[in-house]
Design a protein around this ligand. Structure first.
Ligand code: EPZ
Length: 424
């Protein structure tokens, strides 16, 4: 398993270009199953979760072609002319729970699906009951046995008025992808408003779907008989962009993050400014500097447009260097503070009380050997390593490879002393 060796203490300077969004690309790949025609996707990031999803849609029966023109971003073309195997097997789903995104498209296009239950996850139970109850309301028969969800709708799906008990990002995407081929109108209430939901709605619309209201809490969908092929460029990865912005502030650098969408990062930008960082924005660029000492601010994670849970771990690393007490409250997942224990090993002063982490700063961070537990926790440890004195060793960076494209190359390009070594 690879590890990162980081010599901390150098500020991030210059610029880092953001890749396409992992969390917009995953539903987009699933959406390709809804048509027998070719769909082309640009700016899909080359990260492990994408490879897992490509393996899954190939297993189901799609033909995949990855075109890599020299010096250009890769283009992925997918054609699910026929569905050979409407199933997401355990050995694929266990490595990536977002595999449940094929549930809706398979039932809608093929009339049945067999998807392994995702099983446990480091950050929380993360059930998919809202996905299956939405499909039931669209007329699918759902059974659970041998660790699999089996969904059937031999007569096709019919539109329904669905209200989610709680906001779910991939649940909204899954049900939206099922409803586009259902007979009649579907209304999704208490829908997720994340930019990734809006992006996959844009792809579906370009494929011929009729969707109104994506990005608001109520989405109206008029079912159509079939969808056709399309070409689509996925949006920038706002979590990757936010991660680098926080890194620029944490290392007291002067960093421009390019190719991003400032509108998708309003909550983070506000918190960085409250903490005393200077954030300036141009069209697709955000620049961060910290001319003054950082101040502690409180953060509560919320569904979009609130402060993203996927940036909570990274922001906690920043608060270890801010003067005062910061209360960080995680409202989305029940166990998303594992990075706190590793940050403490580097010198952070963090007390955990249920859903709240209390960070007292600033405390000097010193490099240590730490272990990554999930995708965003590992990003937090990398950022802390960049700001720490001495050498930090981060094990199990396969977590970080799931969602960040060449992170060590991008950071080194902005002055970080970071290298990857393959642990025997
Ligand atoms: C998406 O996960 C993202 N993944 C996550 O990013 C992100 O952390 C999360 O949304 C919240 O923003 C992708 O988009 C691929 P949810 P998702 O359904 O859809 C509960 C990353 O780092 N819930 O919005 O799985 C659930 O347990 C990843 O890139 C149910 O109870 O999250 C959680 O507490 C990590 N039943 C809450 O809702 C359900 O059927 C929100 O989960 C579904 C969810």
């Amino acid at each position: 398993m690879d590890r990162f060796i980081i010599q901390g203490g150098t500020p991030l300077e210059g610029s880092i270009a953001v890749s396409g969004s992992k969390n917009a690309s995953l539903p987009a790949l699933a959406a390709c199953l809804l048509t027998s025609e070719q769909v082309s996707l640009d700016r899909v990031p080359a990260v492990r979760d994408i490879q897992t999803m490509l393996n899954l849609v190939k297993h189901i029966g799609a033909e995949i072609c990855v075109e890599k023109a020299a010096g250009k971003k890769s283009r992925i073309t997918i054609r699910a002319a026929e569905i050979r195997e409407p199933e997401a097997p355990y050995d694929l789903v266990k490595t990536m729970r977002a595999s449940s995104l094929v549930l809706g498209p398979l039932v809608a296009r093929f009339g049945r699906a067999r998807v392994s239950l995702p099983g446990g996850c480091a950050i929380g139970a993360r059930p998919i009951n809202l996905h299956t109850s939405g499909l039931e309301q669209l007329g699918a028969r759902i059974r659970q046995q041998h660790g699999y969800i089996e969904a059937e709708a031999p007569e096709g799906l019919r539109g329904a008025d669905i209200i989610f008990d709680r906001i779910t990002v991939t649940g909204t995407e899954d049900i939206m992808m099922a409803a586009v081929l259902a007979r009649g109108e579907t209304v999704i209430r208490n829908a997720a408003r994340e930019p990734e939901v809006v992006d996959v709605a844009g792809l579906l619309t370009s494929m011929g779907a009729q969707i109104e209201g994506a990005g608001t809490p109520v989405i109206h969908i008029q079912g159509v008989a079939t969808l056709h092929g399309a070409s689509h460029t996925v949006i920038a990865d706002r979590i990757e962009a936010g991660t680098f912005l926080i890194g620029g502030a944490l290392t007291r650098g002067d960093l421009a993050v390019t190719g991003c969408v400032p509108e998708h990062l309003r909550a983070l930008i506000a918190k960085l400014r409250q903490a005393g960082a200077e954030v300036t924005e141009a069209a697709d660029t955000l620049r961060v500097r910290t001319p003054n000492p950082l101040k502690s601010v409180d953060v509560t994670t919320e569904e979009h447009p609130g402060f993203a849970t996927d940036l909570q771990a990274q922001f906690m690393a920043l608060m270890t260097q801010a003067g005062g007490i910061s209360f960080i409250t995680e409202t989305i997942f029940e166990n998303r503070f594992m990075h706190a224990l590793e940050l403490a090993r580097m010198g952070a002063n963090i007390r955990l009380e249920g859903r709240q982490a209390i960070v007292a700063g600033p405390t000097p961070l010193s490099g240590a050997q730490v272990i990554a537990s999930d995708l965003r926790a590992s990003a937090s440890l990398v950022l802390a390593g960049l700001a720490a004195k001495g050498e930090a060793v981060i094990d199990r960076v396969y977590h970080i490879d799931r969602g960040y494209e060449k992170i060590e190359t991008k950071l080194a390009g902005a002055g970080a002393r970071i290298r990857r070594v393959s642990a025997k």
